[in-house]
Design a protein around this ligand. Structure first.
Ligand code: BGC
Length: 729
């Protein structure tokens, strides 16, 4: 009888009008409601909820009106519909979306407010597409420039990634769509990602690799998280006692859902006991060939049910997973005040364009080569395959079906109406298919000759090249094979520069590349993958309509061995196929370059502007601080050039004499300031003194050392304007 009333109550709750429903929500504590729902579910219904029913959904409970959960990639836009049980696209005609710039570009804006706009807009699109869980953002640390998936992440610095990821998550979730932060954790390369066992010290784990995830959970309040493919200390990350049970769920009190990466589950008992909540993507024999539902063979399906029935695993273990899933549902599908979402509107395109223009990084600008005046009647040779190649296509699971993608060439043609634009491909990359790159159908020499002819005729040359989204480039499932530009671009660039020294490079990539031709070109800008508004954003910067203000979220090394992961040899990267040891430890990215005095090609935090800035009067509010204090660092920042622009003031702190190994300095604060010409502002950046602690392996906790610290203030990690000494008492 009691159960009957509960069913009636649940029926009423799930089917009430919005107003009464939200009153009801307010009245009943949702956790109690979750308990009452759990008590209504059969063991089988509960087990069904913890694994997939299709490539991108997990079941609800139909007889009770509990909805299914629908998930979708990815970090840069909502992916096109995929078939129920195959990886092919479903060919719907209503699933084209706005493609936003890749997360490397978002990180390069150093603008958390823009990250909030990005998250909110993509969340709206996900909601309109009826998605409940958005599989992103990705925040794995940029450890090596060879990682095929760096373009999906937020760079090499844990502080920057933390600051940028939190507003993204909050923005997405305002739409009643869960962000699924990925890939937890140490999936910092694609080679052998499905099996490699990563060994890393506790210090590097806590200081470098965990912080952005911790911020995502504790500050961003992410409702779900994706377990990575790889292993950590001998256990797969998707069911890892230390990472999931201890750190995530116990220490950080994560109350959301752990979802596997697709096919990252390997064992029923471990999946059940070591923190996994929903199993997705495990290979099945397909619905067409199996007699029953192939998803019943997942590790958390029939094999789990069997262990529960024979008492080897307690039902409370299952109930905890179901409780988390229902909680996610109350935040998404069963939330009473869920907005409706919007898609492909001008506001979203505007956000995409703004992130693009703010994220483009001006790396070199000899003789003020950029901006190129759009009013002049000149001939511009636009050379390079990336001038026309769609970059929302390819790259793996982040691939998008963009409603529009303005190519660089199109954007340049639109903006440079007075100029004579000629285009030559210059090189061809060849199609990518089934994880292989096939030879190009074009003759390389003919393409090169055409480009040289075009360059000779032109007043200026814009070379739009870089990497692309094919296998072994910026693409999931494989790593790059060298730091060099592929497809003969280095040689082509040298030859172009000889026939026309008025040459600038627009680098389209999500990774650092070597630039042996750097001295022979006048300008270089790092233009990432910019999505729907690519050509517009590039033309905004090229023409000077917008002043560049992006800063590199990772170091460009001069050569591969200058990068710490590579310096330590094969066992450090890529490992021996079974194990990998992160010998670079805490010295990732600029931390390594700074500490070992290895000059990078372009440093973390670096980026030029069309105006100039002056930082002065750097001060701290006090000289001595205790561990509960806040350190206020202030300075004047002045626009000393002729046009308005934005600068990113960066505060790094280091401890010269330390009881442990330390990086020379680490980013602890930044602030992006907009200044009109001649304007001067005084800004303050506040840092918790406790954030200067190091992770002490001996006590498994943070230790704040007493003594002197140096505060470094500048506009790049290798451009420090002033230093101030402070003391922690
Ligand atoms: C990727 C994830 C992605 C998932 C679903 C996996 O291969 O690693 O990032 O969300 O596929 O497409």
């Amino acid at each position: 009888m009691k159960t009957f009333y509960k069913i009636v109550a649940l029926f009423l709750i799930l089917n009430m009008s919005h107003a009464t429903y939200s009153q009801e929500i307010n009245f009943l504590n949702s956790e109690k409601k979750i308990d009452s729902i759990i008590s209504l579910l059969t063991l089988k219904e509960k087990v069904d909820m913890v694994h997939a029913q299709s490539k991108f959904s997990s079941p609800g409970v139909d007889r009770l009106g509990i909805p299914e959960l629908w998930m979708s990639d990815g970090p840069h836009g909502v992916r096109a519909e995929i078939n129920w049980d195959s990886w092919s696209y479903s060919k719907w005609t209503n699933d084209s979306i706005t493609a936003f710039p890749a997360l490397t570009c978002l990180a390069a804006t150093f603008n958390p407010d823009l990250s909030a706009d990005y998250g909110f807009s993509i969340g709206e699109e996900a909601r309109y597409r009826k998605k409940d869980v958005l599989l992103g953002p990705g925040i794995n640390i940029y450890r090596t420039p060879l990682n095929g998936r760096n373009f999906e992440y937020m760079g090499e610095d844990p502080y920057l990634a933390s600051k940028m990821v939190v507003p993204y998550i909050q923005g997405v979730q305002k739409n009643g769509v869960a962000a699924c932060v990925k890939h937890y954790i140490l999936n910092n390369q694609e080679l052998w990602r499905d099996k490699i066992n990563v060994e890393v010290s506790d210090r590097a784990l806590y200081e470098i690799y965990l912080p952005a995830f911790k911020a995502a959970v504790k500050e961003g309040k992410a409702w779900s998280i994706m377990g990575a493919y790889n292993q950590f200390r001998g256990q797969y990350c998707s069911h890892n006692e230390l990472l999931l049970n201890k750190i995530l769920k116990e220490d950080w009190q994560f109350d959301g859902v752990v979802i596997t990466d697709w096919g990252a589950t390997h064992n029923t008992k471990q999946a059940a006991l070591y923190g996994l909540d929903i199993e997705m993507g495990t290979g099945t024999n397909g619905l067409t060939t199996s007699k029953e539902n192939a998803y019943d063979y997942y590790y958390l399906a029939n094999p789990f049910l069997k262990l529960l029935k024979n008492g080897e695993i307690e039902e409370s273990v299952l109930n905890d997973k179901v409780r988390r899933i229902l909680r996610l549902m109350f935040r998404t599908t069963m939330s009473s005040n869920r907005p409706l979402g919007r898609m492909n509107n001008q506001e979203h395109l505007d956000v995409a364009r703004k992130v693009g223009t703010e994220g483009i990084v001006l790396l070199k600008n000899k003789d003020s080569f950029f901006p190129v005046n759009p009013n002049k009647k000149i001939t511009i040779a636009v050379i390079g395959e990336n001038a026309t190649r769609p970059m929302t296509v390819g790259g793996g699971s982040s691939e998008l079906k963009a409603k529009q993608e303005i190519s660089p060439l199109q954007g340049i043609k639109e903006r440079y109406k007075n100029a004579n634009i000629i285009h030559a491909m210059g090189y061809a990359s060849g199609p990518s298919a089934y994880g292989r790159v096939l030879p190009s159908k074009f003759d390389a020499n003919t393409l090169k000759q055409e480009a040289l002819e075009a360059a000779k005729k032109a007043d200026i040359v814009l070379f739009v090249g870089g990497l692309n989204k094919s296998h072994h480039q910026d693409c999931e499932g494989g790593d790059r094979q060298s730091l060099e530009l592929p497809f003969g671009q280095n040689e082509l660039l040298e030859q172009l520069a000889k026939v026309n020294p008025n040459i600038g490079v627009v680098l389209v990539s999500g990774n650092a590349v070597a630039m042996p031709w750097l001295d022979h070109v006048k300008g270089v800008m790092q233009a990432w993958y910019l999505g729907s508004e690519t050509g517009h954003a590039i033309a905004d910067i090229l023409s000077g309509d917008e002043n560049p203000s992006g800063k590199l979220p990772f170091t460009f090394p001069k050569k591969l061995n200058d990068n710490a992961a590579h310096y330590f040899g094969e066992i450090s990267y890529p490992g021996n196929g079974i194990n990998q040891v992160y010998k670079d430890d805490i010295l990732v990215g600029y931390r390594w370059h700074d500490t070992k005095h290895i000059k990078p090609l372009f440093a973390f935090g670096y980026g030029l502007s069309y105006t100039t800035f002056k930082i002065s009067e750097v001060k701290t509010d006090k000289k001595k601080y205790s561990k509960t204090d806040k350190i206020s660092v202030s300075c004047n920042i002045e626009n000393t050039g002729d046009i308005s622009g934005a600068e990113v003031v960066q505060v790094y702190i280091g401890k010269p004499k330390s009881e442990v190994k330390r990086a020379l300095k680490e980013l602890k604060g930044f602030y992006k300031v907009e200044l009109s010409k001649n304007e001067i502002k005084n800004i303050t950046i506040t840092i918790d003194a406790s954030k200067l602690a190091y992770y002490n392996e001996a006590i498994s906790d943070w230790t704040l050392e007493k003594g002197d610290y140096i505060v470094y203030v500048g506009n790049a990690s290798d451009h420090i304007v002033e230093k101030v000494k402070i003391e922690i008492e």
